[in-house]
Design a binder for this molecule. Structure first.
Ligand code: SIN
Ligand code: CO
Length: 377
């Protein structure tokens, strides 16, 4: 979609206008932005996921102003309790194609920044209390009504000794009664408090923004395997010492000079980002096919039906190299455009799948990172 096309998802703004006016800057409320939101998940499915060992779940309750946080997987009785509580399940797009489809509606923002879809169920009065998040978020109401109060207050002081981040002095500036399909975008650091008016489910499309410290640390790990510093330490000008335990200034200077020879350029940073940002989160497990097809049969079926990336797969490219779940793909130059299309659209039709390409993606099929598309009706 061209960046200047008006998008109902953004209340008629184009992606370009949204990015320049709202993204990381100011909130946006769009009534009826996502009419399909109710179809993403229902209470039964959310409760099933909350009891699933592979889902990342938290239950937050508030009784007489005392907050408690319990990690998942939850037991059925925790989901049947009376009172004010909420259950939050992270990464539902890894389990539900409908949630993945919702995430992909935000593909005008690069996949390097898109994180996941979280679903929360809350009993009337339930919520996670007034807080702010470090990341941008689109809050989309799926079922029931939630009253959001938001504030651009600079004061971010938190209450001490609480099991979750709660603001000490939340001063709401705006209130939105969100009904199914409504969307509220909040930039990082914007204070908010969402309280369920009735039993409700809210979806959060969340983003990732690595800290500078994380980027620095991970880049240096990456660089460690690629350092090209020939030669051996040498000190023909060494003088005799009376303090043999001292690391002397001469050695420090010589080594500092050697280390200044460690160089990298933008291509190296691009390679690092492709690898690091496509690495799956530690809890992610792929299911390889139990009885895999041979390469020729895979090629035949792929050409008939197409292929789709697994819901958990992260595939990134910089136009030159393609990484799938943290691993580089050996891609002949002629196949690059098709593989970049697979990374962008997350599926390829059979007509795109020449034999050299099916050979290139066959290892991804064997690892469960990619599947044959379902035959049509
Ligand atoms: C929720 O869905 O209850 C919490 C979402 C948020 O405040 O970021
Ligand atoms: Co929040």
């Amino acid at each position: 979609m061209p960046p200047d096309t008006a998008m109902p998802l953004l209340g008629g703004l184009s992606a370009a206008d949204f990015m320049s006016v709202h993204w990381q800057k100011r909130p946006l409320f769009v009534p009826g932005a996502v009419p399909q939101a109710a179809g993403v998940i229902d209470v039964e499915t959310l409760f099933d996921l909350a009891q699933h060992p592979e889902a990342q779940t938290r239950r937050i309750a508030c009784k007489a102003d005392a907050w408690t946080v319990d990690p998942g997987p939850l037991r059925a009785r925790q989901l049947a309790a009376k009172g004010r509580w909420t259950v939050l399940v992270q990464g539902i797009n890894h389990f539900l194609p409908e949630a993945d489809a919702l995430l992909r509606r935000f593909a005008f923002i690069p996949y390097t920044r898109l994180d996941d879809v979280m679903a929360s169920y809350a009993t009337p009065g339930g919520g996670v209390g007034p807080h702010y998040d470090s990341y941008d978020v689109f809050l989309i109401q799926a079922h029931g009504i939630r009253r959001w109060q938001i504030s651009g207050q600079p004061d971010r002081e938190l209450l001490p000794d609480q099991p979750l981040k709660l603001m000490a002095d939340f001063r709401p500036e705006q209130t939105f009664e969100c009904k199914p399909g409504d969307l509220l975008y909040l930039p990082p650091g914007y204070a908010h408090d969402g309280v369920a008016v009735d039993d409700c489910i809210t979806l959060s499309v969340g983003f990732r923004a690595p800290s500078h410290a994380e980027l620095g640390r991970e880049f240096l790990f990456w660089l460690a395997d690629r350092i090209d510093l020939p030669g051996l330490y040498a000190d023909p000008d060494l003088l005799p010492t009376s303090e043999p335990s001292r690391v002397d200034a001469g050695m420090v200077r010589r080594v500092a000079t050697v280390l200044q020879g460690i160089r990298w350029d933008d291509d190296a940073v691009a390679g690092f980002l492709c690898q690091y940002l496509s690495e799956p989160k530690p809890h992610v497990v792929f299911d390889p096919p139990e009885d895999p097809l041979g390469a020729a049969a895979f090629a035949r079926d792929a050409q008939r039906h197409g292929v789709a990336l697994d819901l958990q797969t992260l595939m990134l490219h910089d136009g030159v190299q393609v990484f799938c779940n943290g691993e580089p793909l050996a891609v002949p130059v002629a196949l690059l455009p098709a593989l970049c299309r697979l990374a962008d659209r997350r599926f390829l039709e059979g007509a795109d799948l020449v034999r050299a390409l099916t050979d290139c993606i066959y290892p991804l099929y064997l690892a469960g990172h990619l599947h044959l598309a379902e035959p049509g009706p």
